[in-house]
Design a binder for this molecule. Structure first.
Ligand code: HEM
Length: 430
């Protein structure tokens, strides 16, 4: 880590490669080299690109940990927790009469955050999540069966990886399978608002378009979940929707906007992230066939595949914090209201933490990636994500002799949540 303050301002081309959505469609060639440059030259620098507020770029593993465990200075509650351009921020502010966009965890600081997170903390603990193992394994078997017995050439993303995590999340909620396609579409348009293939076609382009599309999709979510919630208050079960709909904080049911906020966060955070990681693992099996052979020979390596795929893909590209009061950090003066982008993919390739960080290695030990974040906001669904990925790989790997690319994969052009968009492959069953 550098101790010396460097000249704070990040060159605009580097800042754009990291902050704008477009470059993430070619992150190996644009974003990752820019992140490596920043780690070497300006590990904590200030970006001031046109159309955006002042934003600090946190690229080092240690710095991100430090920021995440100092929420009293680096707040999650002062703005949307992901980067928006000025027009987008203004749109969010005015359409919500100055209130936050969503009443959900990622928008909260303690003590509110602690109370609301506690509603589901126990439900998401490994011991409780493991009770779902058999049900999840059945979904994994179905997905693998369809893949292995279907056409040998497929798009892993669309034909395999997208659907399974969605079904897992929906099964945890207790949503009927017939509603799954609608939820898949809504989630993709929520996080692919800037990508041509997934963005809404009923929202006009131009300034702030991404924020407007996001808001419209959010409303669609709320319409769906209001119905689910009413049903679970009337007839509770042990599913996640019942826990949330019937939760009481300070003796009262959660307000409707908080209940909806919970559903949306879990539904959206819970499946695109996982599907990107699964696709990323399979892409790496194509590029490093010896690693597929190794895990076929030793199934004990499956958890290593999961962790390395998480590090490699880091599907959450950033979260944003906002500086609460003027402060010093790494020799720089941060002003109240400055944004701080926590760049997880950069932390997960930090040369000071990972040997040969640009090598995909399923035997990597230790693997201290922070793809799930850190501190009070650390991912609530990490045990679900790890479990469902492990189970899927346990079902897939014994049945997969070989997987080869039949074309170049494409990646989602989004700076918050991204990963493979298409992954054309040929499957050779075992
Ligand atoms: C590969 C899969 C996943 C990855 C990489 C991932 C990553 C993340 C990251 C980086 C954060 C922010 C952490 C921070 O600010 O320090 C987060 C938060 C969150 N994730 Fe995940 N996630 C994944 C899967 C899931 C799943 C399966 C669920 C739900 C079942 C979920 C629900 C949430 C929620 C509700 C939050 C907000 C937590 C808070 O603000 O306190 N995620 N996730």
């Amino acid at each position: 880590m550098t101790d010396l303050p460097t000249s704070a301002r990040v060159p605009d081309d580097i800042a754009r490669a990291v902050m704008l959505p477009g470059p993430y469609a070619d992150e190996e060639h644009i974003t990752y080299p820019a992140l490596a440059w920043l780690r070497r030259n300006q590990p904590f620098g200030l970006a001031e690109i046109e159309g955006f507020d002042r934003t600090w770029l946190a690229t080092k593993h240690a710095d991100i940990l430090e920021i995440e465990k100092t929420p009293q200075v680096f707040s999650s509650a002062l703005a949307d927790p992901f980067l928006l351009d000025k027009a987008g921020r203004e749109y969010m502010r005015t359409t919500n009469d100055g209130r936050r966009t969503q009443d959900t965890l990622a928008y909260m600081d303690a003590p509110e955050h602690t109370k609301i997170k506690n509603v589901t903390t126990a439900w998401f603990m490994p011991a409780n999540v493991r009770k779902r193992e058999e049900a999840i394994r059945q979904l994994a078997k179905d997905a693998v069966d369809r893949l292995i017995t279907g056409e040998p050439t497929v798009d892993i993303v669309k034909d395999f990886a997208l659907y399974y995590p969605l079904r897992v999340i929906m099964s945890l909620f207790g949503v009927p399978p017939e509603d799954e396609p609608r939820m898949l579409h809504l989630t993709q348009s929520l996080f692919g608002t800037t990508d041509e293939d997934t963005k809404r076609d009923d929202v006009e382009g131009g300034e702030g378009a991404s924020a407007r599309a996001w808001k419209a999709t959010l409303q669609d979510f709320f319409d769906y979940f209001n119905v689910l919630s009413a049903d679970r208050r009337q007839s509770p079960t042990d599913d996640l929707a019942s826990i949330i709909a019937n939760a009481k904080v300070d003796g009262e049911y959660l307000p409707e906007s908080f209940v909806n906020g919970y559903y949306v966060a879990i539904a959206t955070a819970g499946h695109d992230t996982t599907s990107s990681t699964i696709s990323g693992a399979i892409e790496q099996f194509c590029r490093n066939p010896e690693q597929l052979d190794a895990v076929r020979a030793d199934p004990g390596l499956v958890p290593g595949v999961v962790e390395e795929a998480l590090r490699w893909v880091s599907p959450v590209k950033h979260f944003l914090r906002v500086v609460k009061e003027d402060t010093e950090f790494r020799g720089q003066t941060l002003l109240e209201g400055d944004g701080v982008m926590l760049l997880y993919p950069s932390a997960d390739r930090d040369e000071e933490v990972f040997e040969n960080p640009d090598t995909f290695d399923i035997t990597r030990k230790p693997n201290k990636h922070i793809a799930f974040g850190y501190g009070p906001h650390q991912c609530i669904g990490q045990h679900v994500a790890r479990l469902e990925m492990r189970i899927l790989l346990e079902e897939l790997i014994p049945r997969l002799a070989k997987v080869e690319l039949t074309g170049e994969p494409q990646y989602v052009a989004a700076n918050f949540l991204s990963g493979p968009k298409t992954l054309p492959v040929r499957i050779t069953p075992a």
